[in-house]
Design a protein around this ligand. Structure first.
Ligand code: NAG
Ligand code: NAG
Ligand code: NAG
Ligand code: NAG
Length: 297
């Protein structure tokens, strides 16, 4: 008798949880549909935008330059800046790049030649191409400013390009201290901020040793982040972990590996269990199986 009543109570709870699942699933479906609709309603506007763009180009047909005037280029310290200057066909005339300083303008390049004694500057121009881009290697903070691309027609005509310089910095989430239990997995994410080009490499150090190629260490790097993974941590792996991208200011984090002798916290485990039940995608399947198991008895 008691057993039957207990079973009924459990069944009622299951029905309640199932209804909740269905309701929250329905809500998610509605949200998704709303998102889809808002994406669709955005499409025609983007088409309008492209058509105004082509109108703009047509009205610009007679111009000497294909590159928009007063554009801004961003480059990072140590990187390479490419200042565009695309020129429509002209019969005579030479393309020059000039640095606009406050004091006096400096001629950088004339035609294909570099005029100043700084071999970081060069002009990139293909034989039949319209591009006369100025390439500046090993960018420094002092290179920021306005550059003029001048065509010596009569009268001379110019466009101006602003060069802004950023300094790339690495950033580790969770820094400066990371507490982690022995036996678990260490995962450090090092993100690059203000970078305009990907790093050629990222070195990871524990204290003063490079560990990229150590056994048990996995490093994956892409354009803007590098991730270090170490499985099965032990206390000897505590230390100062530094992420050194080749072209950015490094970041570090102090990793403290804790002994795993502490008692598991039952309250925390209960919390985890209830979270899985609330948010797991398979909770409906789980509950239905439970229902069937109970009914079969
Ligand atoms: C570009 O803008 C500057 C002023 O900012 C102007 O003097 C120059 O004539 C413009 N160049 C062209 C090709 O319109
Ligand atoms: C960790 O190492 C980096 C690079 O060697 C250093 O700049 C930083 O001061 C160190 N941090 C600590 C807390 O020792
Ligand atoms: C961790 O355990 C080791 C021995 O297993 C012991 O030497 C060390 O002092 C312990 N550290 C802490 C913080 O309890
Ligand atoms: C609870 O889950 C988190 C991850 O969501 C895990 O890091 C933690 O160890 C779990 N706690 C317990 C007591 O199982």
């Amino acid at each position: 008798m008691m057993e039957i009543r207990a079973r009924t109570v459990i069944k009622i709870i299951i029905v309640f949880l199932l209804m909740e699942c269905v309701l929250c699933g329905f809500q998610e479906y509605k949200n998704l549909n709303q998102k889809r609709r808002s994406i669709r309603s955005y499409e025609p506007r983007s088409k309008d935008h492209s058509s105004t763009n082509s109108l703009y180009k047509e009205s610009n047909q007679g111009a000497v330059f294909l590159t928009p005037n007063s554009s801004t280029i961003v480059a990072q310290i140590g990187g390479t800046a490419k200042l565009p200057c695309s020129v429509r066909k002209f019969n005579t005339g030479v393309v020059s790049w000039i640095r606009k300083n406050n004091l006096s303008p400096t001629i950088l390049t004339v035609g294909l030649g570099t005029y100043i004694a700084d071999d970081r500057f060069l002009v990139e121009h293909g034989r039949h191409s319209q591009n006369w881009d100025l390439v500046l290697k090993h960018v420094q903070l002092s290179d920021a400013g306005t550059y003029e691309c001048q065509v010596s027609l009569h009268p001379t005509t110019s466009i101006f390009i602003d060069l802004k310089i950023t300094e790339a910095v690495a950033e580790i989430s969770g820094a400066p201290d990371l507490h982690i239990r022995a036996g678990s997995r260490l995962r450090i994410v090092c993100r690059l901020r203000h970078s305009t080009e990907p790093p050629a490499y990222v070195f990871w150090y524990r204290d003063h040793r490079m560990i990229n190629h150590d056994a048990g260490v996995q490093v994956t790097t892409d354009k803007t982040l590098s991730i270090l993974r170490i499985d099965n941590l032990d206390p000897s792996l505590s230390g100062n972990y530094t992420c050194y991208p080749h072209n950015a200011i490094p970041a570090f984090v102090n990793v403290h590996v804790l002994n795993s002798t502490e008692e598991e916290n039952p309250a925390a485990m209960m919390h985890n269990a209830s979270r899985i039940l609330q948010t797991g995608p398979y909770n409906m399947v789980l509950l239905l199986s439970l229902w069937i198991a109970l009914s079969l008895r």
